[in-house]
Design a protein around this ligand. Structure first.
Ligand code: FES
Ligand SMILES: [Zn+2]
Length: 118
């Protein structure tokens, strides 16, 4: 079987309500990951692109978070309504969806303005 060309990691981490960092999937139903998987299947991309549910990606304040490899493009604030656009624009056409991309100043930096200061 051919290798996967891309992996879409969708954070499905659940934390209790009121947690200072929040979490990407408060409902715990993995709806976002399931929607990606469904869309990929509809487009015949099963076996080429895989949507995996992941644990915390440590960008919680910007969630729900999604990262696509091998490009290492990070998206934040992703909703069910964004899935079609991410798949058609990024995965199929190779054009990342800029309006959803995490800013460099936010990604992996403890100093990002959205992190709760403790
Ligand atoms: S809970 Fe999703 S990145 Fe931490
Ligand atoms: Zn930030």
């Amino acid at each position: 079987m051919a290798k996967f060309e891309r992996h879409i990691f969708v954070c499905g981490n659940v934390r209790p309500a009121g947690h200072p960092r929040g979490c990407c999937d408060p409902g715990g139903q993995a709806e976002l990951q399931k929607r990606f998987k469904q869309k990929l299947a509809e487009l015949g991309l099963k076996g080429k692109v895989r949507a995996n549910q992941s644990g915390c990606l440590d960008q919680c304040e910007h969630g729900p978070n999604v990262v696509i490899y091998p490009e290492a493009v990070w998206y934040g604030g992703v909703t069910l309504a964004d899935v079609d656009e991410i798949v058609t624009s990024h995965v199929i056409a190779g054009q990342p969806v800029e309006r959803l991309m995490l800013k460099d100043a936010c990604l992996n930096t403890p100093t990002c303005e959205h992190r709760h200061k403790s």
